[in-house]
Design a binder for this molecule. Structure first.
Ligand SMILES: Cc1cc2nc3c(=O)[nH]c(=O)nc-3n(C[C@H](O)[C@H](O)[C@H](O)COP(=O)(O)O)c2cc1C
Length: 330
């Protein structure tokens, strides 16, 4: 029996993309309660947290059994920091490790991490080498699968060189965002380039997972079939829309129930201090139903679980939540 979940997932694999500030434990629990993706990723975890912020690392690597298969994603720039973080991730019991080689955020790139590593063969080889060594040294429960998530490069030639380089390593999967680093998170996804890359990757028996702009399960399956991909990850289309991983749309009552549950989970996980991190989800949930604009305006002002509960109960019984919170939006 293999412990490599990538090898036993049914294709096409449709997973939830890693999203910093989004795919934390409360959001992943919400996602699973609505519809379970084939694979789930954590937000990126700084390899250097182990040295600088051990408390933050502890929170980032907590997960529940119902999330399996769950992959911990690492991002970083200090090759030596990876070994200890990988060890911690393996000890925590994750099903896979993924290396972020694609984040274009300035705060990440200016340190030489994420997308700054695309085309930097020397540093990438050192980081991957350290991760593989650490995986090998910590395989008492079987070798943890290892993937990388990256992007297509500036032109065809550079893209080919990048993926020929990556596929020299014993990777289990490569996830490719079909936008170039300068595009960030918007703009056209180059599916033709993903198809080109998939040939290089699959010829080495590595799984090839595409990513970018997927808007439904059907769209994901279609892209896999058309472009020779083993799967796709869904990112932004899942924001405030965990229902994307099932075929049926929610009734308003279910949306309200999910808002309540998400607030409760965030309160349980973060307490009052970290609770505001859930507020952005309310903005995404409150869309396209009668009264959603007013509810959104009221929820965006909340600071505690109790305030959220009281607004939801007023909404349930049809009260004017705006008046009660003195908001100006209609
Ligand atoms: C808010 C946000 C945070 C993200 N954080 C990460 C991250 O931690 N690691 C990562 O590899 N990609 C991250 N991404 C990129 C997504 O995983 C995905 O590659 C990108 O959104 C493209 O997919 P989409 O078009 O389906 O959104 C993030 C995206 C968003 C919107």
């Amino acid at each position: 029996m293999t412990n490599n979940f990538w090898k036993i997932l049914r294709k096409p694999i449709i997973g939830l993309a890693p999203m910093d500030g989004i795919t934390d434990w409360p959001t992943r629990q919400i996602q699973i309660s609505v519809a379970k993706p084939d694979v789930i990723f954590t937000e990126f975890i700084g390899a250097e947290f182990m040295i600088n912020k051990p408390e933050k690392l502890k929170r980032k690597i907590s997960f529940s059994e119902n999330e399996r298969p769950i992959v911990a994603q690492i991002v970083g720039y200090m090759p030596d920091a990876f070994a200890t973080t990988v060890k911690k991730i393996i000890e925590a019991g994750f099903d896979g490790i993924d290396l972020n080689l694609g984040c274009p955020a300035r705060s990440i790139m200016h340190r030489g991490a994420g997308a700054a590593l695309i085309g930097n063969f020397h540093d990438t080889a050192e980081i991957i080498g350290n991760i593989l060594r650490s995986i090998d040294e910590n395989k008492s429960r079987g070798k943890i699968p290892f993937s990388v998530k990256t992007r297509i490069n500036k032109d065809r030639d550079m893209t080919a060189k990048w993926f020929e380089f990556l596929t020299e390593f014993p990777l289990d999967a490569i996830i490719i965002h079909g936008r170039k680093p300068h595009q960030g998170l918007t703009g056209d996804v180059d599916w033709k380039e993903l198809e080109f890359v998939s040939e290089i990757i699959r010829s080495k028996n590595i799984l090839c997972i595409g990513n970018g702009g997927i808007t439904s399960l059907e769209h994901g399956r279609d892209m896999c079939e058309k472009h020779n991909l083993d799967g796709v990850l869904i990112g932004q289309a899942a924001l405030g829309n965990p229902w994307i991983f099932r075929e049926t749309k929610p009734e308003v009552a279910e949306i309200l129930h999910i808002i309540k549950k998400h607030a409760e989970l965030a309160w349980e996980f973060y307490g009052q201090r970290g609770f505001p991190s859930v507020i952005k989800h309310f903005k995404w949930y409150c869309k396209n139903f009668s009264g959603s604009k007013k509810l959104r305006a009221a929820l965006l002002k909340t600071k505690t679980l109790q305030e959220v509960m009281s607004i939801l109960s007023m909404f349930d019984c049809g009260a004017n939540v705006c008046e009660s919170l003195e908001c100006t939006e209609n």
